[in-house]
Write a protein that binds this ligand. Structure first.
Ligand code: NAD
Length: 352
């Protein structure tokens, strides 16, 4: 049965609030996902700053951006910019966030928020003292299959979540030679953070006891590649619920995908987020495959920005607030620590 349950899974924006957006860092992800998403939803793109002139070449014409700023200070000094969208790497992110908060701007920061928990906690505390809204770009939360799954869980459709399983049937042949190849624990820290993040959303309210992980080079990785392509990670909760993330990394298949299963006490949700997309609910009542529109890239990026705008408009914390991201980052960093210690479990003992 194909159904659309009228679940509010799509990105949404306040109709009476169109704040000016200033983008800091105009790299690959901004040009391929942030800007197309904002353009699709008619957002107010005030300007962009990137220290490398070639990074901003053509973006004004292509996306209808009003200004290319010559410096970060010029962007932050523009009163037309209310929200800054920071899409640099984490090394530059924290100092830029501090400057943006001092300039009175709300922030959407790319993931992972920081390199370590100390930095992350400090910037969250600083953001909260400022009274400004700071969100993290966990755009996977708004990829339609994951968003539908989250709404179904919140609605009690499968009862208590007992087990989450992710399988990344993917090939990372695109990584060698890129900046990602030299990021320590790249496959866990930079790539899988979206999967740690969505898993903790689905296990919300539980106490995580331990996290363990291993990473390994696959037998078919080219010699020149640095980052491990393969990894697995296991998350255990105090009540027995658990999650497994398994990344094949070097798979050769015509049906690549990031598949997931969520087993609850009363039903199961299964689906795939990338590149193939589906989501279905298998419960006592029926097996339902959902009709939906949109995809993670770029619609997930509209989801994160829309949620931040609603939070500013309604003066509340966004669902993707920097504080909410802290547990996702902590889980991810614990998995990196475990992988660096040959899979030894890392004690967590935190309610997420
Ligand atoms: N799904 C996702 O959310 C997703 C996907 C890909 C990348 N990312 C994240 O986005 C970030 C950027 O990735 P990318 O692939 O676009 O990298 P990139 O190297 O293509 O872009 C980074 C840009 O930041 C600019 N930059 C560097 N220092 C700066 C500074 N001080 N001020 C302003 N701009 C500065 C660089 O010139 C570059 O254009 C990373 O943290 C990555 O993990 C997220």
């Amino acid at each position: 049965m194909n159904e659309n349950h009228d679940l509010p899974y799509q990105p949404r924006f306040p109709t009476d609030y169109r704040p000016g957006i200033g983008i800091i860092g105009s790299g690959n992800i901004v040009r391929s996902a942030h800007l197309p998403a904002y353009q699709k939803h008619g957002l107010n793109l005030v300007g962009v700053y990137d220290p490398f002139p070639e990074a901003t070449q053509g973006v004004q014409e292509q996306f209808g951006i009003q200004h290319i700023y010559g410096s970060l200070e010029a962007l932050l000094a523009d009163p037309a910019v209310e929200i800054v969208d920071i899409a640099t790497f984490p090394e530059q992110r924290i100092p830029i966030m501090r400057q943006a908060l001092a300039a009175g701007k709300h922030i959407l920061a790319q993931k992972p928020l920081a390199l370590d928990m100390e930095q992350a906690r400090e910037i969250v505390a600083e953001a909260e003292r400022s009274g400004l809204k700071v969100a993290v770009n966990q755009n996977g939360r708004w990829s339609p299959p994951w968003r539908i799954a989250t709404l179904l869980i919140q609605d009690g459709a499968i009862g208590e979540v007992m087990a989450v399983t992710h399988l990344f049937d993917v090939n990372f042949g695109w990584v060698p030679g890129t900046r990602f190849d030299v990021i320590p624990h790249w496959v866990i820290y930079d790539y899988s953070i979206h999967w740690f993040d969505i898993t903790r959303c689905w296990l919300a309210g539980k106490t995580i006891e331990t996290v363990s992980a291993k990473e390994y080079k696959t037998s078919n990785q080219p010699d020149k590649s640095e980052a491990a392509w393969g990894m697995w990670s296991e998350i255990h909760c105090l009540d027995g619920a658990n999650a497994i993330l398994r990344c094949v990394g070097g798979s050769h298949s015509r049906q690549n995908g990031h598949y997931f299963w969520i087993h609850g006490a009363k039903g199961t949700i299964r689906g795939c987020v990338l590149p193939d997309r589906f989501v279905e609910l298998d419960s006592e009542k029926a097996q339902t495959r959902f009709d939906f529109q949109g995809e993670w890239f770029p619609d997930g990026f509209a989801g994160t920005m829309g949620e931040l705008m609603w939070a500013i408009r309604e003066n509340r914390q966004p669902y993707n607030s920097a504080r909410h991201h802290l547990a996702s980052l902590a889980l991810t960093l614990a998995a990196c620590q475990s992988a660096g210690n040959n899979g030894q479990p890392v004690g967590f003992n935190e309610v997420i």
